[in-house]
Design a protein around this ligand. Structure first.
Ligand code: G3I
Length: 373
């Protein structure tokens, strides 16, 4: 009997593997729709766990750096640049013949405090900050000219209510810091695509502010190719209606759309957003699936993934890329946000780097959608 059960499990595993192989990859299935990518961390670039690096190379057509190209890691002091990780990341993508995206040039978080203060610790003048931004952007964009398809030029400049985030960039330069960033990036590499990136783009007031920004940038003669909608989601939020409304608004504004940081948390959350400075205290009630996700919850998550993915396919005339924010559940940022020490299950590969069942359903959905095109 025992041998029979093991052979049954083995058979299921083999069938799943055969099915996955037969299915091909999501990147292959969506080739006619949009690029399908993943955020990559340095252990993956460095091959610390070879199976993760191999999966990334095989399953995805594009990659973005989860952290190593952000302002602070690359430019920790005014006259210091750390290129090692960013260079390895770009080379990793080129070796795997993947499209590489740069994330991110200007962000209120993960930025060296030196950029905003003088030798006495006082805020620098607008002219000094503008010049420091220019140096940063010229140097970083210039270094990867022709090797990076596009840059998240400015990340998360708005609050959910549509007002400008009162970052140091905003406090010193006003909203024009955004225009300057796009202008400098274009001057540094006239051929590279330029994006504005934010979370909760599905929130009407934030989406309207972003649409207004797009209009102002275009009116000022700035290049902006797309808006990145991070798409950090939960089982019920944002609604499909709100998500589709945001896609429609951005399409009407004449920009393309990138789904830049897609994940879907299964955990209860006291907060819906991605402001990394947010945190809440741990409780067992907020970490209910340490032993695994109940089948009923997994089914809800699978359906949620497919419902949202179906929307992305529906708008594939303007959605150019879908990127998942992390390869597997073990490495997701959501295990530590907004509550540290939890176990979440928000992305497409599990803690054993196995493809989740929903991936094959996504591939079938894409193939069926494309067969009717
Ligand atoms: O590299 C250092 C390491 O040397 C140090 O020992 C360790 C402990 O302090 O910190 C390491 O840096 C951490 C970094 O991730 C790399 O692991 C930072 O503390 C940590 O804050 C950082 O978190 C990242 C977060 O952005 C803040 O930059 C997350 O991994 C990353 O997933 C998250 O991604 C952001 C997007 O860039 C923008 N949109 C929201 C999204 C989620 O917050």
């Amino acid at each position: 009997m025992k041998i029979k059960i093991i052979s049954g499990i083995t058979a299921m595993f083999l069938l799943a593997s055969v099915d996955a192989a037969a299915q091909g990859t999501l990147a292959e299935a969506t080739k006619g729709n949009f690029l399908f990518g993943v955020a990559v961390n340095m252990p993956q670039v460095n091959g610390v766990n070879p199976s993760e690096s191999e999966l990334i190379a095989k399953e995805f057509s594009t990659i973005v750096a989860e952290n190593c190209m952000k302002p602070q890691p690359v430019h920790p002091q005014e006259n210091t640049y750390n290129w090692e990780d960013a260079d390895k990341f770009v080379a990793f993508g080129e070796k795997n013949k993947q499209v590489v995206t740069g994330h991110c040039l200007i962000w209120h978080s993960q930025v060296g405090r030196w950029m905003f203060v003088d030798e006495n610790g006082k805020d620098v003048s607008p002219e000094v900050l503008k010049e420091r931004m220019r140096q940063h952007i010229y140097t970083v964009v210039g270094r990867y000219k022709g090797r990076v398809k596009g840059w998240d030029v400015v990340n998360e400049a708005f609050e959910d209510n549509g007002t400008y985030r009162k970052s140091k960039f905003y406090q010193i330069l006003g909203k024009d810091f955004i225009k300057y960033a796009f202008q400098f990036a274009h001057e540094a590499d006239p051929n590279v695509e330029l994006y504005y990136n934010d979370y909760n783009v599905e929130t009407a007031s934030k989406c309207d502010a972003i649409v207004q920004l797009v209009k102002e940038l275009k009116a000022a003669g700035c290049r902006i190719d797309a808006v990145g909608s991070q798409s950090h989601m939960h089982l019920t939020r944002p609604t499909l209606k709100a998500t589709e409304t945001s896609l429609k608004k951005l399409k009407a504004a004449g920009v393309h759309i990138l789904i830049t940081e897609w994940d879907i948390s299964v955990l209860p959350s006291p907060y819906h957003g991605a402001n990394v400075s947010t945190s809440f205290t741990y409780s067992k009630e907020m970490d209910p699936y340490r032993e695994g996700v109940p089948a009923s919850v997994q089914q809800k998550w699978n359906k949620r993934v497919l419902d949202v993915f179906e929307l992305f396919l529906k708008y594939d005339d303007v959605v150019d890329r879908v990127t998942v924010w992390g390869l597997n559940d073990a490495g997701t940022w959501l295990n530590g946000f907004p509550i540290r020490g939890r176990k979440d299950y928000p992305v497409l590969f599990d803690r054993k780097n196995e493809r989740k069942a929903v991936v094959n359903d996504m591939i079938k959905m894409a193939n069926k959608y494309n067969s009717k095109k």
